[in-house]
Design a protein around this ligand. Structure first.
Ligand code: ATP
Length: 358
């Protein structure tokens, strides 16, 4: 029996609801397999914790989760706390020191889900966006002076390092190589940003030489939004900077039917630290406590976690169970136009896991 230690950080808003559902599903798939087990430790960090303790997680928080095999994360955000505090105090406080520099976001139109794009059939939209997750526009370099005075000034400096760009390019090329189409699109803005983005392009060209079997092209980020909408079938694996991919992946999530479905993995490819898996949506306070949050994004991120842990067949079995459930419109939550509740979807996925013998 193989046992994995998982740290669950539900965080705020619907984060708690979807992570509880995710943990339930995780135990169910383990039971189905029979040869794996998950020890899940729950951490109550987030906005409520901040209100009691003045910080989003304890000072030694990272030490408490450093030796876990993976992290399941819900959402950090609180109506009474500024977003930059909740983001930097928890999510980024884990991602950056744990060097989770590759943020991986698959997008696919699951069975039963309708894309807002007309005429798109599922084969035509199957992407993985790789977001640089450690530097770039969100490096945290900058400052603000003379606050409130007419001389007030503020800067956010984009920081790109050769080491940082090389490693994300290598990761993206290798991922593209592992997919059937072996196709990579490098997103850039080197026409307007003539230093860091030109280095980004140069390094892409250098790393491409290591992957002669990968076909790659380069797109300006503005033109990329059009291509995603007009010619989705021409894309497969996509790599972009922290800011560009942040925006493009929300577009991707919307094109795939709902923010409630989209998953993401914050990966430390060297496995020196645990990687962290989460739905891409936020705390969604408008629906918190109503029992209607779509848990599919969390379930799909659990698939990514199983895959990362090397449990490929288990990951595939869970994905099949999820697809069986999305195919049934009676099991759609309100964000997908249905009437189902979080608990209904969770129960149905668990039933599908136990029914899936193939
Ligand atoms: P945050 O500030 O934490 O990012 P937010 O409420 O601004 O949170 P999201 O949580 O990403 O942003 O949600 C935007 C909207 O999408 C919400 O108002 C909610 O109605 C909807 N939504 C997001 N996630 C889900 C989900 N899992 N299920 C159903 N609806 C969702």
């Amino acid at each position: 029996m193989k046992t994995y230690k998982i740290a669950a950080i539900p965080g705020d808003g619907i984060g708690t609801e979807v992570i509880n559902a995710g943990v339930e599903v995780l135990h169910a798939i383990a039971k189905r397999e029979g040869n794996i087990k998950f020890d899940v430790d729950n951490f109550d960090w987030g906005g409520e914790y901040y209100k009691k303790h003045g910080r989003m997680m304890p000072e030694n928080g990272r030490d408490q989760i450093r030796n876990h095999d993976a992290i399941m994360f819900g959402s950090a955000g609180h109506p009474e706390i500024p977003d930059h505090i909740t983001l930097w105090g928890l999510r980024l406080a884990i991602c950056q020191p744990f060097d989770q520099y590759a943020n991986v976001r698959p997008t696919r139109i699951l069975p039963g889900i309708t894309s807002p794009l007309r005429n798109v059939i599922d084969k035509e939209l199957d992407w993985i966006i790789v977001r640089e997750n450690s530097e770039g526009e969100y490096a945290g370099v900058g400052g603000r002076v003379h606050q409130g005075s007419p001389l007030e000034a503020a800067t956010d400096v984009s920081m790109f390092t050769r080491a940082g760009v090389e490693r994300i390019m290598r990761f993206a090329f290798a991922l593209a190589q592992s997919r059937p189409r072996r196709l990579l699109t490098v997103v850039t803005k080197s026409n307007a940003q003539r230093h860091a983005m030109v280095m980004w392009d140069d390094i892409a060209k250098e790393i491409a030489l290591e992957f002669p079997d990968v076909t790659w092209d380069k797109m300006l980020v503005d033109a990329m939004t059009m291509r995603m909408v007009m010619r989705p079938e021409t894309l497969d694996t996509i790599v972009a900077t922290n800011l560009h991919a942040d925006i493009l992946s929300d577009l991707a999530a919307a094109l795939a039917g709902s923010l409630g479905i989209a998953p993401t993995g914050n990966i430390n490819p060297e496995r020196t630290f645990p990687s962290m898996f989460e739905p891409i949506h936020g705390s969604a306070f408008d629906i918190t406590g109503k029992g209607v949050a779509n848990p599919i994004g969390t379930f799909w991120s659990t698939v990514m976690m199983l895959d990362h842990l090397g449990e490929k067949t288990t990951a595939e079995r869970l994905m099949k169970a999820i697809e069986r459930v999305t195919a049934d419109a009676n099991l759609h939550t309100p964000d997908l136009g249905g009437k189902a509740r979080t608990a209904d979807v969770t129960r149905a996925v668990i039933e599908a896991i136990h029914g899936a013998n193939e």
